[in-house]
Write a protein that binds this ligand. Structure first.
Ligand SMILES: Nc1ncnc2c1ncn2[C@@H]1O[C@H](COP(=O)(O)OP(=O)(O)OP(=O)(O)O)[C@@H](O)[C@H]1O
Ligand SMILES: [Mg+2]
Length: 462
């Protein structure tokens, strides 16, 4: 953090400016001087000022007008107002306009220093909080990934977290929607209050209503006790509606009303309860398609979709697979073989990050706590990389060949071709992919001929 040292002293009286300049220097600050509000504004807009000490009455633009304009311009630099004994009322007006403090004239150096210290410590705290918040979301336990796609998601979280805006999080299963919802809550001003999640797909329709809104005793058959709903529980905090398109349409209407009015009623009661809730919703299907299919009310869609975060499927951010794999293996102190990582990076991950976590969990057990190698990966993943698919095709094509050496040769050729194709002709990478040395790849190419020469790929590297 840069040191907070540059202080702008604003006063129309040259002698007063001089006094402030000397006092500030004496206290170890770097004073910048201005003769009225207008000049001060010009300097503030250039940036780099950490605090303002300003007189109230000045020709041109006075202290109050300066505060007002700063607020309109979103200039958040703290301002200390210097005022005379009989002018407390104006000082109070200045505080209402956002001044952080006032001091009475005449003042001694100590009073000035104390006021400056206090104002700057608020600034320090603000910077620190922001930093800590960013740290939390950067922590490995949270949203792992450096791909452009994930960075975009992280920026969106930072942008929307401080607002109350309802946010719709869209992404395939296992892409991290709930994780994003948590991150938004944690980075918001509501982080000290509850994060309450409701999975709309997991709770049968008739129970979901009382789950959300609660009920009074005797509200319906079986309601032997009163029940506090998730809305009440999340008051002051965040309510996460997972798989929101699975909510019955009739209940969607009630949800919409609750969101619009900020008021709910328990089942069996007509006592309205005001709730202060930030709603996050998630879906793994295209919400607009859900609207078309009549699964999601259009008006509710617009209410939820104030801000939207799309989580890309893992196959569209393969760069993150290595990072995620290390993240999941870290607690076990396991290492991943480069060949195994290669295979993970080629697989399409229909279950996304959750599937990756599960696969590694299983592989860790298979590896007996040693390095995770390709052979520890489940067969459906091994069988689904391009090279493996090539094996299957080659086996099928050559199944009718009369003798073993011919079949082996045919298979070798097609695998080498597949590996070279996949690595863009890079022989050292192709050899790795085939788990043979580069030398034996060259040797085999010598026997079979180089498939590169029959393709017209000008970018082939050797
Ligand atoms: N970027 C990521 N970094 C670290 N862990 C992740 C990341 N994305 C997902 N995970 C982990 O993967 C698992 C699935 O994530 P999550 O439950 O948030 O997905 P989801 O999109 O809500 O899935 P579903 O649609 O099936 O409910 C969780 O264990 C989560 O911690
Ligand atoms: Mg989920």
């Amino acid at each position: 953090m840069s040191e907070l040292k540059r202080i702008l002293a604003v006063d129309d009286e040259p002698s007063m400016r001089r006094l402030l300049e000397i006092s500030l220097k004496q206290a170890g600050y770097q004073p910048v001087l201005a003769a009225d509000g207008r000049e001060a504004l010009g300097l503030l807009r250039q940036g780099g000022i950490n605090l303002v000490v300003s007189d109230l009455h000045m020709p041109g633009m006075g202290g109050l007008k300066l505060l007002e304009t700063m607020r309109e311009d979103n200039l958040e630099t703290p301002v200390i107002i210097v005022t005379a004994q009989g002018e407390i009322a104006t000082a109070v007006a200045a505080m209402k306009l956002g001044a952080s403090d006032y001091i009475l004239r005449p003042f001694d150096l100590e009073t000035l220093e104390i006021a400056i210290d206090r104002a700057l410590s608020v600034t320090r705290l603000k910077i620190e909080n922001q930093f800590l918040r960013e740290e939390v979301t950067r922590d490995g336990k949270h949203l792992v990934g450096e791909s452009e796609a994930i960075q975009k998601v992280k920026r969106a979280i930072a942008q929307v977290a401080p607002e109350k805006a309802t946010t719709l999080i869209v992404g395939e299963t296992g892409t991290g929607k709930e994780l994003v919802a948590h991150a938004i809550h944690r980075s918001s001003t509501r982080s000290k209050s509850l994060f309450v999640a409701v999975n709309c797909a997991a709770i049968p329709g008739e129970m979901l209503e009382s789950e959300l809104f609660g009920h009074e005793r005797g509200a319906f058959t079986g309601a032997i006790k009163e029940r506090v709903g998730k809305f009440e529980l999340a008051d002051g905090g965040t309510l996460f509606l997972d798989e929101v398109t699975e909510m019955p349409i009739a209940l969607q209407a009630k949800l919409l009303r609750a969101l619009q009015e900020g008021v709910i009623e328990r089942l069996g009661s007509n006592r309205p309860l005001a709730v202060d809730i930030r709603v996050l919703a998630a879906t793994n299907i295209d919400p607009l398609q859900a609207v078309k299919d009549g699964k999601l009310r259009e008006d509710l869609y617009y209410r939820l979709n104030v801000f939207r975060i799309d989580l890309p499927p893992l196959r569209e951010r393969r760069d993150d697979i290595g990072l995620l794999a290390s993240h999941f293996m870290q607690p076990r102190h396991l290492k991943l073989d480069p060949a195994a990582l290669d295979i993970l990076q080629q697989y399409d991950w229909p279950g996304n990050v959750r599937e990756l976590a599960n696969v590694l969990e299983r592989a860790a057990i298979m590896s007996n706590g040693d390095r995770i190698q390709a052979q520890h990966l489940p067969s459906d993943i091994l069988g689904n990389t391009p090279v493996r698919r090539e094996i299957s095709t080659a086996l099928e094509e050559n199944a009718t060949l009369p003798c073993l050496p011919d079949a082996v040769e045919a298979l070798e050729k097609s695998l080498i071709r597949a590996a070279l194709k996949q690595t863009g002709g890079n022989k050292s990478k192709a050899a790795k992919l085939l788990s043979i040395s580069e030398r034996s790849l060259w040797y085999k190419l010598g026997i079979y001929g180089n498939p590169d020469e029959s393709t017209q790929n000008p970018s082939v590297k050797t």
